[in-house]
Design a binder for this molecule. Structure first.
Ligand code: N1C
Length: 255
């Protein structure tokens, strides 16, 4: 059996095999923590649904719906009152969620965890997966990576319930960018019968004059269903770092 496996590995060698290895190993690592008995089966299903979305397709013609099956094929948990969205604050956000375990971002769920930082695409008429020579984010709108994040972000936002949080970058002139994934996809997929409110944490550094009166935040407020309770608070980056270094016993006591 191992000889057969070796021959198969050589036969399937080259681009794509690495991607499969990374995806499968991240998937099993993630599920180890949650420990469902059938994780190999779940990860194989994930890989099949994932590659089904883009293999054999032109690398600029992968619609968001191509990932519908992937989104529906993996188990999803509810994170009431714990959902954390972000835009242009990725680094501090993930330091925070990993350090405190208080809130949950898309990268703390199976699909986000597995695909974070990866690049992939297919080619017309090829059964292979590629990780180089793929379009960049802005090169064409319907590229496989961008469509993936669009589709899973929509699902993540639609599943949010209770009071959700978003960390925005207070050092920018426009902390709420309507063209970002958060602004163009997540906000539009909030379900106000599941969600009760959105708490904006405007992450500021000492040198900037971030305020909740920023006009882009007024636009965010206008874009929300009036049924959602909106709040905003400026929080210094140093305070978040302090919280990561010394997590409070009760989540929610960081700011
Ligand atoms: O465009 P953005 O931010 O507003 O997207 C962030 C928003 C988050 O709330 C996430 O739920 O959308 C979701 N999301 C990811 O989880 C994610 N992980 C990695 C969106 N994009 C994600 N990436 C990569 O970050 C993606 O490849 C793209 O290049 C950036 C978008 O980050 P942004 O502009 O700071």
């Amino acid at each position: 059996l191992s000889i057969l496996a070796a021959i198969l590995a050589i036969g399937l060698g080259g681009p794509g095999n690495d991607l499969r290895r990374v995806v499968m190993s991240r998937c099993t690592t993630f599920l180890e923590r949650e420990d469902p008995p059938n994780r190999r089966k779940i990860c194989q299903t994930l890989w099949d649904a994932f590659t089904g979305a883009f293999v054999g397709r032109d690398q600029c013609e992968v619609p968001l719906e191509a990932y519908d099956q992937l989104v529906h094929s993996v188990p999803q948990k509810d994170h009431c009152h714990r959902t954390l969205f972000w835009s242009k604050t990725k680094h501090v956000v993930h330091q925070f969620t990993q350090g405190t375990k208080c809130l949950v971002t898309l990268e703390d769920t199976l699909l986000g965890f597995v695909m974070d930082g990866l690049t992939w695409c297919g080619r017309n008429g090829s059964r292979k997966t590629f990780t180089t020579g793929c379009p960049r984010w802005t090169q064409c709108p319907l590229n496989p990576v961008r469509s993936f994040w669009g589709r899973v972000s929509a699902a993540f936002a639609a599943s949010a319930c209770g009071n959700a949080t978003v960390m925005l970058n207070g050092s920018l002139a426009t902390p709420f960018d309507p063209n970002s994934t958060f602004g163009s996809i997540e906000v539009k997929n909030f379900n106000s019968s599941r969600m009760t409110g959105l708490a904006v944490v405007l992450v500021a550094s000492e040198s900037d004059s971030a305020t909740c009166e920023n006009s882009s935040l007024q636009n965010l407020q206008k874009a929300l269903d009036p049924a959602l309770k909106y709040s905003c608070k400026v929080v210094q980056q140093s305070q978040i770092q302090g919280c990561i270094a010394d997590p409070p016993l009760a989540c929610g006591k960081c700011w």
